[in-house]
Write a protein that binds this ligand. Structure first.
Ligand code: HEC
Length: 682
């Protein structure tokens, strides 16, 4: 009889559903999403499993919220990258016109909104909730807002604001632990007493910046973050006590560095370490994973500071001979094999040219576009005589980082894969010592006034290359338009294109139909030589470098797709579990490829679902966490713009995502807005 009871299928279903029901009580889901990356371990993982890989196709949009503000496209910060937080009672969101807003978690109606009066953007990459207050990072410290009424809580700091006097932005959510707050400013970190706000310590990062994430481990009382590069591509990377491109562990009590691990050495390419480091707790240790745009991941024991994957770090010998005076390059870099490397930064032009070989016109165009460049491997020293092409400047992994799917012992990370061209050049006569420069330039221009070359320049070249001859280097927000600077050019390789009209016509094949004969070119050359002699001798040239997207004839990324991927690796073996192209990119009206630019992020749940957003197809996807198979997708009005989050409220699991559009070229740049989508099972 008893045997029958346990083998009867109906009874089994009943028993299983009992287990499930028990699971669905609010108490077992009481863990809130209290900081934008979910928790201080930045797992972006939730134990709520009402939505799972069997029922996710029933997920429906239940409400959408519009905060009512669409910034102008010219503003640098024009999409919303702050994942909302859930307090147990309220869903707290932000708007780009600096409102902190409390929503009813069930229907998305506004309960209160408070303008945060601060000069820079507020809550750029998130906020933190702690004990009835919301902590909002800004340019003038952290504003403490009471959850109940949306008012500044004057029990904290000065008028509800904690921080130092310097107007330096804090981009990432602060960390609150017991009676202390840690504020992660862009260029330093501070610890303050709560509620007084009294400064305990301040840690300077000597030029390195923290812009993408921070984590905290309470057992070891350790603040963990990653840093940017040191310079604007060119500049002095040779400094003492360098924190750049590193995973850093700080003792929270003293602010002293426990240890730091450097990825790119003497970074002249912008290969920051990125995303929130992910903390993994197990019975025997606490481990942190730190990611880099290069695809390398460091795995560090938080207690002992031991680099656990040091045996899988290979030394790459690279060229350290910089043609540019005063620049230091390392003769080696590193490639991490385990955990699975997320990125290849060398640009494979051969495979790309092969990929487009049937499209002769495009092939010609791209060959022309890369004609003055070096590529093939990573870490090629920059030069004024050639450009450098590589992948990885938008990640590998980017600021949204990854998610740690605790149930399946895996870390899942979105990455970007498209090419960049780094152009170094001389700028003239506008930066540094402006008055002196202006005066000198003026003198020099009068002395050259009669020269024929200058007249030819003004008639035939100035309209594109500009009055100061600084050309145009379009940013990756707008596109890839490039007109070289002609300052200092007479001593550079590019001067060869003024040798004769044939060379001139070839270099201007896609840009100018202007007719110029060899006599005119001779005058022009003489003019440039004279002018440059003056500029070099009087030190009027300044060294600049810009990166630009490398696009093909149709404005698509000039590399083999997929342009975006999601990769899962095991936290036990470090090996790849699965890898999929992320999203779909429209190349033309008739063609699409899988794997797109992405700047959104991931959320994994105990329901075996990984939610992902941020591609130009404006979708949010639900993937099976075990296989990466797409189980659900939903097209939003604008591209997802920060990692999704989840909470459990009044019997339903909600999935929430910011939909405010993509900032960079590759998204439909006119398509951005102010929406938040909410989904539940229906
Ligand atoms: C209609 C716009 C336009 C005009 C007019 C124009 N250029 Fe250019 N020029 C460009 C662009 C765009 C490029 C870059 C082409 C490329 O590399 O794809 C360029 C490239 C160059 C280069 C570098 C060539 C190389 O191989 O890298 C030189 C030198 C140059 N131009 C000189 C001149 C001079 C001198 C004149 C006037 C006689 C002139 N240009 C007129 C747009 C223009």
């Amino acid at each position: 009889m008893l045997k029958n009871f346990f083998t009867n299928p109906k009874i089994i279903i009943f028993l299983i559903s009992l287990i499930f029901l028990n699971n669905l009580t609010t108490s077992s889901y009481s863990e809130n999403w209290y900081t934008s990356s979910g928790n201080y371990h930045s797992t972006k993982y939730s134990i709520i499993d009402q939505i799972n890989n069997k029922n996710v196709q029933n997920l429906k949009n239940i409400w959408t919220y519009e905060n009512g503000f669409q910034p102008s496209k010219n503003e640098f910060f024009y999409n919303n990258q702050a994942t909302p937080v859930f307090t147990g009672k309220n869903l707290i969101v932000t708007s780009l016109d600096k409102f902190l807003i409390s929503l009813d978690p069930e229907n998305g109606t506004e309960r209160w909104r408070t303008k945060i009066d601060s000069p820079g953007p507020i809550a750029r990459r998130g906020i933190t909730f702690y004990d009835e207050n919301i902590f909002v990072p800004t340019t003038d410290g952290v504003h403490v807002i009471n959850e109940k009424n949306g008012k500044h809580n004057h029990d904290f700091g000065v008028n509800g604001i904690i921080g130092v006097k310097e107007k330096i932005i804090s981009l990432v959510p602060p960390i609150i632990n017991k009676n202390k707050i840690f504020i992660i400013y862009k260029s330093f970190i501070t610890s303050h007493e709560l509620p007084s706000g009294k400064l305990i310590w301040k840690k300077k990062l000597n030029g390195a910046r923290v812009w993408s994430g921070v984590s905290f481990d309470e057992t070891e009382n350790t603040i963990i973050f990653v840093t940017s590069n040191l310079v604007d591509l060119l500049g002095d990377t040779n400094i003492e006590n360098d924190y750049s491109n590193s995973l850093v562990l700080l003792d929270a009590l003293s602010g002293k560095t426990k240890c730091k691990f450097k990825d790119t050495i003497h970074d002249h390419w912008d290969l920051d370490m990125v995303g929130n480091p992910i903390v993994k707790k197990s019975d025997n240790n606490t481990v942190v994973y730190g990611f880099s745009k290069t695809g390398n991941t460091f795995v560090v024991d938080v207690k002992t500071c031991e680099l656990l994957n040091k045996d899988s770090i290979n030394r790459l010998n690279v060229d350290s001979n910089s043609p540019i005076e005063g620049q230091t390059y390392s003769d080696y870099q590193i490639k991490v094999k385990n955990p699975f490397n997320l990125m290849e930064i060398g640009y494979g032009s051969k495979s790309y040219l092969d990929y487009i070989k049937n499209d002769k016109e495009n092939l010609e165009y791209v060959k022309h576009r890369v004609r003055n460049s070096k590529f093939g491997s990573g870490y090629i020293p920059l030069s004024f005589d050639y450009d450098v092409i590589m992948l990885g400047l938008h990640g590998g992994p980017e600021w949204p980082g990854g998610t740690y799917d605790i149930l399946n012992n895996q870390i899942i990370v979105p990455t970007n894969h498209y090419p960049w061209i780094i152009r170094s050049y001389y700028g003239c006569c506008v930066r540094d010592e402006i008055s002196r420069t202006k005066r000198k330039t003026q003198e020099f221009l009068t002395s050259l006034k009669e020269i024929k070359g200058k007249i030819i320049y003004n008639n035939k070249c100035k309209s594109c290359h500009g009055k100061n001859k600084n050309g145009l280097y379009m940013s990756e927000i707008k596109g890839d338009k490039y007109i070289p600077s002609l300052n200092g050019i007479s001593r550079l390789n590019k001067f060869a294109s003024l040798k004769d009209s044939k060379s001139f016509n070839y270099s201007h094949k896609y840009s100018s139909k202007i007719k110029i004969n060899n006599y005119e070119l001779e005058d022009l050359r003489r003019y440039f030589i004279n002018r440059d002699n003056y500029l070099y001798e009087n030190k009027l040239l300044d060294k600049r470098a810009d990166w630009q997207l490398l696009l093909d004839k149709y404005g698509n990324f000039a590399s083999v797709p997929p342009y975006g991927k999601i990769t899962s690796f095991s936290t036990i073996t470090g090996k790849k579990k699965w890898q999929i192209p992320f999203g779909v990119k429209k190349l033309s009206e008739t063609s699409r490829v899988e794997g797109d630019i992405n700047f959104g992020g991931l959320l994994s749940t105990k329901g075996n679902i990984t939610f992902a957003t941020g591609t130009s197809d404006q979708k949010i996807y639900g993937y099976d966490s075990l296989t990466g198979k797409t189980l659900w997708e939903y097209k939003m009005k604008f591209a997802g713009s920060s990692p999704p989050m989840t909470y459990y409220y009044q019997g339903n699991q909600y999935i929430i995502v910011n939909s405010s559009g993509g900032k960079y070229y590759g998204y439909n740049n006119s398509n951005y807005g102010d929406k938040i989508y909410s989904f539940i099972l229906k």
